[in-house]
Design a protein around this ligand. Structure first.
Ligand code: PLP
Length: 440
């Protein structure tokens, strides 16, 4: 009797530990094995091997395209997020790139309508690199969902934004944008890096969810990785907008992706991800190492406990900052009011919390620098989502070269400080913040 329970019967906390794998069939190893192998022997029936290469049957061919350890990470995270399947890649940047480029028509003139509040390197990818590839990015205001509609046309291949923008924490109106997208035939792609388990964009109608798994999913600041989840909410069946999903694709021997999935088992769960894997991942080589996949699987095991503690600590820190006389303003989803509150409530699972990123304002650049120079526990680094509390003064680091006017339009001022609250004892975190603030 197989002891393997289907993922659909598991809640997220259980899926983090169990989905996609029971034990190794040969050794009965309970931990997921690291299959550090580039290739897989092509023995047995040659017709079957040809069928695997021609996407007529599931199977392992080459680790740039598919790997057994990575495949468990992919199936496990898809189950956690309620998606059909996911694709693991080398980094969060690779996930954003592949998710969007997989939608392009193959002809110059496609465009993507994106939130104007974006992680810096997503901005660079969209407004510089994509432009060079002939894909235009148009920036819309997430506070006004209709601004996405106003910028869309029959060459718009996606709407894109972050659930809560890094670092300004502007909530994305996911349900409203998904509804507009469904009406116009445009899929919504959401970067949920900052709020895994806290938010489920797929449940609100997002077609695709992307993650930098480098952050909370890894959780320990050790490993780069990215995930693209197909939420099964979008058909990609409009032939004019998405010809490569609806006409024979020369990039893989004239395959019709929507027919190919019908022949497959596990890999047939998503035509979107099958195409991404067999063409863009194959051709860009943005593959994740099986060692990294193993580390991310370790991270997943405690993700729900960590997220809960991150969120609890962040709520305490946000309240402390809000009551401090040297702090001019605090942005934290848990403190939102009015219409923003309604947007936040739609996005978060209150049982988990409101995320662990906080942006707060000190008086000026000198105050920001003084704060950073006087903390002793918090790490001054530019990443997010470590188990340790991290802090950044964007003006002295990530945003030094961004002109002031452009920076302020993006919500980053001279005295802005971004905090990613860790899972330490929160009193120690607050003591260190006090040390920094007292020095101003
Ligand atoms: C870090 C980050 C990325 C990029 O991820 P990498 O794993 O560093 O490539 C993308 N989006 C957001 C919101 C991030 O914080």
């Amino acid at each position: 009797m197989s002891r393997y329970l289907p993922s659909s019967q598991l809640s997220a906390e259980t899926a983090l530990l169990h989905a996609g794998y029971r034990h190794d069939p040969v050794t009965k190893s309970v931990a997921v094995p690291i299959y550090l192998s580039t290739a897989y022997e092509l023995d047995g029936d040659l017709q079957r091997i040809a069928d695997v290469y021609n996407v007529k049957e599931d199977g392992f061919t080459y680790t740039r395209i598919i790997n057994p350890t990575t495949r468990i990470l992919e199936q496990r995270y898809a189950a956690v997020d309620g998606g059909r399947d996911s694709l693991a890649v080398a980094s969060g940047q690779a996930a954003t790139f592949l998710a969007l480029v997989n939608l392009c028509s193959g002809k110059p003139g496609d465009n993507v309508v994106v939130s104007k509040y974006l992680y810096g390197n997503s901005w660079n990818l969209l407004f510089n690199s994509f432009k060079r590839l002939g894909i235009e990015a148009r920036s819309a205001d997430p506070r006004e969902p209709s601004s996405f509609e106003a910028l869309a046309d029959d060459r718009t291949i996606a709407f894109f934004g972050e659930t809560f923008s890094n670092p300004c924490l502007i909530p994305l109106p996911v349900a409203a944008l998904a509804e507009i997208g469904q009406r116009l035939g445009i899929p919504l792609v959401v970067d949920n890096t900052v709020t895994p388990l806290v938010s489920r964009p797929g449940a609100l109608g997002a077609a695709i969810t992307t993650y930098s798994a480098t952050k909370y999913i890894c959780g320990h600041g050790t490993t780069l990785g990215g995930l693209v989840v197909d939420n099964g909410r979008f058909a990609f069946d409009e032939p004019r907008r998405f010809p490569l999903f609806n006409e024979p694709d020369e990039a893989h021997g004239g395959i019709l992706w929507r027919e190919a999935v019908d022949r497959l088992g596990d890999l047939g769960a998503s035509a979107f991800l099958l195409k991404a894997r067999m063409t863009w991942l194959r051709d860009t080589g943005a593959a994740i190492s099986p060692l990294n996949s193993f580390q991310l699987i370790q991270g997943l095991e405690t993700l729900h406990l960590r997220m809960q503690r991150h969120c609890e600590n962040a709520a305490v820190v946000a309240r402390f900052l809000k009551g401090h006389p040297k702090v001019r303003r605090v942005s934290y989803p848990g403190l939102a009011t009015g219409q923003e509150r309604e947007r936040v409530d739609e996005l978060v699972d209150p049982k988990v919390g409101h995320g662990a990123m906080i942006l707060f304002e000190l008086e000026d650049e000198t105050a920001g620098r003084t704060f950073i120079q006087n903390i002793r526990l918090l790490y001054h680094v530019s990443n997010v989502g470590d188990a340790r509390t991290l802090v950044t003064h964007p003006v002295s680091t990530t945003h030094t070269t961004v002109p002031k006017q452009q920076r302020e339009a993006a919500g980053i001022y001279d005295g802005s400080i971004r905090l990613c609250v860790g899972i330490e004892n929160v009193n120690d975190v607050i003591d260190d913040i006090k040390r920094g603030l007292d020095a101003i």
